[in-house]
Design a protein around this ligand. Structure first.
Ligand code: ACO
Length: 334
């Protein structure tokens, strides 16, 4: 049987930085409020001509280069995004594949908000274990600034742009294998976080007039409570089901939505401070890109070594949630 191994990581952040100070000139807020309630200090914003696919391509190129796997060997590409280049079609994954020079492979997007990268990982694992694919490129890429309402202080302080990518490939060595991936969803909570307009529920004449059609709206406080509960329960379940204790995890890499959520979940799971990966201060919430961007930070700081166990944990609009247990398994002679 083939197993799926997490081979490499790459990420990209756009140059422009939007600080809390900048935001306090745009809406009624302050650096003090944002820092205290979210832990965020700044976020990166893509240039006007920089699309989600452009960021995805940069992250993916790095992940492929670091994997030791040739571009021609990639046989599937999955992009997790809620801010695609185009509404409906073509998918951002197909655009990324073409920009990378990968032709004729399976390519599609996943819409699972902040849980998108974990969903993409589960798809890669399933395709590889079934024998249908061998080398899957998964990407989380977001230009959230394009769907953020910069007059709404409840959301605009949270979100940023960026991309992360990983190469997942087949192995016969069980020690290298992704151990487990959990994913779930509950549409009962759909109204907590949504882009309410611009879809098939909007009349054609409304669409023509709705400039703000695709902006995100969020019930932040209710989302916060559900997030802490769901993230904690999901991690407890995946650890228990795989007979792994929280102290056996080298790196706990949660979705970077809010420092207070991460702290509450980390404490409930009895994670030590040095296990928890934190990037929320410098990138804000980059939805589907946040986990691979955080893994990349760890990697580039020289803190992610072969064989170390990663625990991923995400939560987002839908509602969706997911967790994963995976050793970092670069190809040794790459
Ligand atoms: N600056 C100053 N005051 C503000 C701001 C701001 N930017 N935003 C809200 N306030 C005010 C509110 O108006 C309210 O004032 P009131 O008491 O006079 O009514 C007060 O601050 C408290 O508001 P809350 O919404 O209760 O603040 P809270 O502590 O919950 O923090 C936040 C808000 C940061 C949004 C938090 O709820 C949060 O992080 N929620 C979860 C976000 C999340 O995880 N989303 C899921 C993933 S995202 C995805 O899937 C794309």
């Amino acid at each position: 049987m083939a197993y799926a191994a997490f081979r490499s990581i790459g990420a990209y952040v756009p140059q422009k930085i939007l600080t809390n100070e900048d935001l306090s000139k745009m809406v009624d807020t302050s650096d003090e409020w944002i820092t205290k309630r979210t832990g965020i200090k700044e976020r990166h914003i893509a240039a006007k001509e920089e699309f989600t696919s452009d960021m995805g391509v940069k992250a993916a190129s790095l992940a492929i280069e670091r994997s030791g796997i040739a571009l021609e060997e990639i046989d599937m590409l999955v992009c997790a995004t809620i801010s695609p280049d185009y509404f409906c079609m073509p998918s951002t994954a197909t655009i990324i594949a073409t920009k990378l020079g990968i032709k004729g492979v399976t390519a599609f997007d996943i819409s699972a908000a902040c849980t998108g990268f974990v969903y993409a990982l589960s798809v890669a694992k399933a395709f590889i274990e079934s024998g249908m694919k061998k080398n899957v490129l998964i990407i989380g890429a977001e230009k959230l600034s394009a769907i953020t309402d910069y007059s709404d202080r409840g959301t605009c302080i949270l979100f940023g742009d960026g991309a992360g990518a990983a190469v997942i490939s087949a192995t016969q060595n069980k020690e290298e294998a992704i151990i487990d991936v959990h994913t779930g969803a509950d549409g009962e909570y759909a109204d907590l976080l949504m882009t309410p307009n611009g879809g098939s529920g909007s009349a054609h004449d409304e669409l023509e007039n709705e400039a703000a059609g695709c902006f995100m709206q969020m019930k932040g406080n209710e989302t916060f409570k559900v997030a802490v509960r769901t993230l904690t329960n999901d991690v407890k379940e995946i650890l228990e089901q795989n007979n792994i204790k929280s102290e056996d995890v080298t790196h706990f890499i949660p979705h970077q939505a809010n420092y207070r959520i991460i702290k509450a979940v980390g404490d409930a799971l009895k994670m030590r401070e040095n296990q928890v990966v934190l990037t929320v201060a410098k990138y804000g919430n980059t939805s589907g890109a946040s986990i691979p961007m955080a893994i990349n930070d760890l990697y580039e700081a020289g803190k992610l070594k072969a064989g170390e166990l990663m625990l991923l944990d995400a939560f987002g609009g839908g509602l969706t949630w997911g967790s994963a247990l995976a050793p970092f398994s670069p190809i040794r002679d790459a």
